[in-house]
Design a binder for this molecule. Structure first.
Ligand code: SF4
Length: 272
């Protein structure tokens, strides 16, 4: 990935909502299909024990850099030939903390005079507010693909792992299903926390009602984020947890699919 330098205090006038951005990478290959321009928004309300980006957590006017949609479009256009099979991804932090900015950015990318750009939202879903759905109308109408992180299938396990309840996340999943937005589910497999067949089967049952799910990424936990905690003077919550054995991932993936198939078979049985 190539990082684009964001200077403080250079924000221009804009007719769009302005974003608070942590960083921008011009050649992303892991956050959505193809080669992608990746915007990391600033701010996240969750505190996942394995978070690799604790430097994106802080919210407020002093955190991150103020960046306009026009600036992002300019940077994108300077490398446009690379994104022919990819597009733009907004990740974080948690992008849904800034739905107006992401909605304006994605709308501008879709209406781009040089050609429509594929838009991908990488979100934990927690900042979605089901009591204020109108606030999220634009961003969801302009999103081609969502990478939705489901951290844990069990509400108590979710709270222990992220310090947050999963209700808003599940409401977000339901809303995406209602709208028919394509979703890829992401699940980090952590030894001793999310690496049992029971947990993975339960995840399959949880996502089974969402027929808009088009993919599943099982991400083995690794320890590369520890160095950031040291730099920030933060204690790393999983310091005694080893990296996940990648050899176990296919069986755990099959457990998710088994749970999903069982739930869908029961759904058909009830409907019939
Ligand atoms: S949702 Fe993502 S950015 Fe936020 S704490 Fe969890 S891993 Fe970190």
């Amino acid at each position: 990935m190539a990082q684009i330098v964001l200077e403080q205090g250079q924000s221009q006038e804009s007719r769009y909502a302005t974003g608070r951005v942590h960083s921008i990478e011009s050649m992303g290959t892991v956050d959505g299909p193809g080669v992608r321009f990746v915007v990391f928004t600033q701010g996240c309300p969750m505190r996942c024990a394995y978070c690799h980006n604790p430097d994106t957590w802080a919210v407020g006017s002093g955190a991150g850099t103020s960046v306009t949609v026009e600036r992002i479009i300019d940077e994108f256009e300077s490398n446009r030939p690379f994104y022919r099979t990819g597009g733009i991804t907004v990740t974080g932090g948690e992008p849904l903390l800034q739905p107006e900015f992401v909605g304006d950015l994605f709308a501008a990318m879709h209406a781009n005079p040089n050609g429509r750009v594929h838009t991908c939202l990488d979100s934990c879903g927690y900042a979605y507010n089901p009591k204020k759905p109108a606030r999220f109308d634009k961003v969801l109408a302009q999103t081609d693909l969502v990478l939705l992180d489901i951290k844990h299938s069990d509400p108590e396990g979710h709270k222990a792992l992220t310090r947050c309840a999963p209700d808003n996340i599940l409401a977000f999943g339901d809303e995406l299903a209602r709208r028919g937005v394509k979703v890829v589910i992401r699940h980090v497999i952590v030894p001793g926390i999310t690496d049992t067949e029971e947990e993975c089967e339960a995840l399959g049952r949880l996502i089974a009602p969402w027929h808009n799910v088009v993919g599943l990424e099982m991400l083995p936990y690794h320890t590369m984020g520890i160095v950031k905690y040291e730099q920030l003077g933060l204690e790393y919550p999983l310091k005694d947890v080893p990296a996940m054995d990648k050899g176990r991932i296919p069986a755990l993936r099959e457990a998710v699919m088994r749970g999903l198939r069982q739930a869908r078979a029961a759904e058909r049985h009830c409907a019939g």
